[in-house]
Write a protein that binds this ligand. Structure first.
Ligand code: UFG
Length: 326
């Protein structure tokens, strides 16, 4: 049985859906601060899902899960705060939730002899890239507290492997985009800060705010590597297979090897919506590097993972989902 933390959130829920469809039994542990109970109710239709409401910051909450579920074989750990700008303003919140919460999880795993974990790391652990695309050997030097928390956890995992044999696969996500291809679930953040949903949500009453047009890129806007949510889920499935088979710690970039500027994303969104989207140019947002593009060779070679969906497809699925939750 697999334990999924943060399974009521955007990425976690898409992973859970695929696992349920594969016939796996899943326990979701989520405090529902950012996740949604409506998503859990929906996911329950697709297989054997047990939901436990609890908080990783409370050691006994997560100990209780292992205590009453002795057949947990591995953990997929999505639960975290993940907004760069918020982490700059409230680092305390980020270190407490992300680092302390994960320590409780890892310690509970050790206590109950569970020694395999897939961890959601991030491109933000690299900081300002020294070269592009970024491979896994690139220096990890985060420029914001969010990236720091994720890097700290990666280091804790290395030390826990050396000392206690806890094996981790860390997936360093680039920018995740899109929704379930059948529109059953999708991206649902409150408040929404991400580019694609914000462009799609904009209308005559609320214009889209473009943060910075004076970057050193072709069109002056930031370039990001948009990885489709279902491709990202596949990477987790491959990572889990790898961990079960090889039983070694490893880490992989999960991106597409290509990037799109904010303006390009905006233009595709306008095309897909079939209407002009009101736009407002604003100052740069704090903590945003100009370019973040993944070199995904390692994941392709070792995990045998290949992303299949392009940005256009991700935006189409995101748009369908936006119309459902409107
Ligand atoms: N942007 C806008 N307007 C908006 C929202 C975003 O112009 O309303 C711009 C941002 O300034 C940035 C780009 O669009 O240049 C992408 O921004 P997102 O907020 O969608 O994504 P980020 O790149 O900031 O962050 C995402 C995840 C992080 C992760 C990071 C790694 O949210 O958790 O990718 O690359 F760390």
């Amino acid at each position: 049985m697999i334990l999924v933390t943060g399974g009521a959130g955007y990425i976690g829920s898409h992973f859970v859906l695929k696992m349920l469809e594969k016939g796996e039994e899943v326990i979701v542990f989520d405090n529902l601060e950012l996740g949604h109970i409506e998503i859990i109710d929906k996911l329950k239709k697709y297989g054997k899902l047990k939901f436990i409401k609890g908080d990783l910051k409370i050691l006994d909450d997560i100990r209780g899960v292992f205590l009453s579920n002795k057949d947990i074989s591995s953990v997929v750990h999505f639960a975290a705060y993940s907004q760069v700008a918020e982490s700059v303003k409230h680092p305390q919140k980020y270190y407490y939730n992300n680092v302390y919460g994960t320590l409780n999880l890892l310690n509970a795993m050790l206590e109950f002899g569970v020694k395999k974990i897939i961890f959601s790391s991030t491109a933000a652990t690299y900081g300002n890239p020294k070269y592009t695309p970024i491979d896994e050997n690139h220096l990890q030097n985060p420029i914001n507290p969010y990236g720091n928390t994720k890097l700290m956890i990666e280091k804790i995992m290395d030390d826990y492997d050396k000392a206690y044999g806890l094996k981790s696969v860390r997936l360093r996500y680039f920018n995740v985009a899109g929704a379930d291809s059948e529109s059953r679930i999708g991206e649902w953040h409150v408040p929404e800060t991400h580019l694609i949903p914000n462009i799609l949500k904009a209308d005559k009453n609320k214009s889209f705010k473009m943060f910075g047009t004076d970057y050193e890129t072709n069109d002056g806007t930031c370039i990001r590597d948009y990885i489709n949510i279902e491709d990202l889920v596949q990477a987790h499935i491959k990572a889990l297979e790898y961990l079960n088979k090889q039983e070694i710690t490893n880490y992989f970039n999960i991106g597409t090897n290509g990037g799109n500027s904010v303006k390009e994303v905006f233009n595709i969104c306008e095309q897909i919506k079939g209407e002009k989207i009101p736009i407002e140019i604003q100052q740069r947002r704090e903590g945003d590097p100009a370019v973040l593009v993944a070199d995904n060779t390692k994941a392709k070679q070792i995990l045998n993972w290949i992303p299949e969906h392009d940005l256009n497809y991700s935006i189409k699925t995101a748009y369908k989902w936006e119309n459902i939750i409107k």
